[in-house]
Design a protein around this ligand. Structure first.
Ligand code: CP
Ligand code: NVA
Length: 305
């Protein structure tokens, strides 16, 4: 069974083909001609956490391509609580053509994939966010024409979004740098996996503490919330640690003059990013969010046709 759990499960060629498909589907959509590639197909969407972009873009992606989507909120299902994940996976597989799940523990999406007889898509876990990474890569690809050799710098928490961004960067030949505080590193396993891929694609990886050093020469600056969903009890501590990592005008002015600033959203304006940057001339925040729709379509078409 073909799933979409981690961009590292795909070859560089497969990922590039998905990006090209996303570009094609986006241009067809702009011309008002969505192809009915998923006619009659239904995506079941299980959410253990809130969502705007993932929920709406997957739903609209299915509708544009002639299919439908079913939203199951955190109050329903009770994944692993009301019912065993293995049972949920097997029951859902008899009703829908694919399952998208946003979970707390990464192990839970792996468990769903293990038992489902339809494709499972990871809509964010505590470990990674591969659908976001596809939209991010699409945004960078549209701006620069290729990811090869592009300097992408993540400033902030070594979280799920950072992990998938690093992984897609190394797969597609971009150079990836992160600046994060002590104690907020990405999981060492994620780093080792990235280093392994980088050896074959030639991507350069840097793991720094100083955001000013990290953004020198950056063509993309990326940031995300200091406190991810599920870490709310750490928020006060994090708000003391992360202010030096704020993406503000001063930091942006230290990067490449044509730098784009990215954020997966939701943004906490005044914390990890200032209004001035989020709404400023370098911001790619909204085109990036809109690209979730087109990236999601490519993932769905790849899995379901
Ligand atoms: N970026 C992202 O996944 O947004 P949502 O949490 O709103 O889906
Ligand atoms: N790192 C954030 C991303 C939200 C889309 C979180 O996990 O809450």
């Amino acid at each position: 069974m073909n799933h979409f759990i981690d961009v590292l499960d795909y070859s560089s060629k497969d990922l590039q083909e998905m990006l090209d498909l996303a570009v094609k589907l986006k241009s067809q959509w702009k011309k008002g001609g969505n192809p009915p590639l998923l006619r009659g197909k239904v995506l079941g969407m299980i959410f253990q956490k809130p969502s705007l972009r993932t929920r709406v873009s997957f739903d609209m992606a299915m509708r544009h391509l002639g299919g439908d989507a079913l939203y199951l909120s955190p109050a329903e299902i009770g994944l692993g609580k009301r019912e065993a994940i293995s049972d949920v996976a097997r029951v859902m597989s008899g009703y829908v053509d694919a399952i998208m799940a946003r979970v707390f523990e990464h192990q839970h999406v792996l468990e769903l994939a293990k038992w489902a007889s339809v494709p499972v898509i990871n809509g964010l876990s505590d470990y990674n966010h591969p659908c976001q990474a596809m939209a991010d890569a699409l945004t960078i690809y549209e701006k620069f024409g290729s990811l090869k050799g592009i300097q992408v710098t993540f400033v902030g928490d070594g979280n799920n979004v950072a992990v998938s961004l690093m992984h897609i960067c190394v797969k597609l030949g971009a150079n990836f740098t992160i600046a994060n505080p002590v104690g907020y590193d990405m999981p060492s396993k994620a780093i080792e996996l990235a280093q392994e891929v980088a050896r074959t694609t030639g991507s350069q990886l840097k793991f720094l503490r100083d955001p000013h050093q990290a953004v020198k020469g950056a063509q993309v600056i990326y940031t995300d919330t200091w406190t991810s969903m599920g870490q709310e009890e750490e928020a006060q501590v994090r708000e003391k640690v992360f202010p030096p990592y704020q993406v503000n005008q001063e930091l942006v002015s230290e990067a490449d003059k044509d730098v784009i600033v990215m954020h997966c959203l939701p943004a906490h304006r005044g914390q990890e990013i200032t209004d001035e940057v989020a709404d400023g001339p370098h911001s790619a925040l909204f085109p990036q969010a809109h690209n979730r729709l087109h990236a999601q379509k490519a993932i769905l078409v790849q899995l379901l046709t």
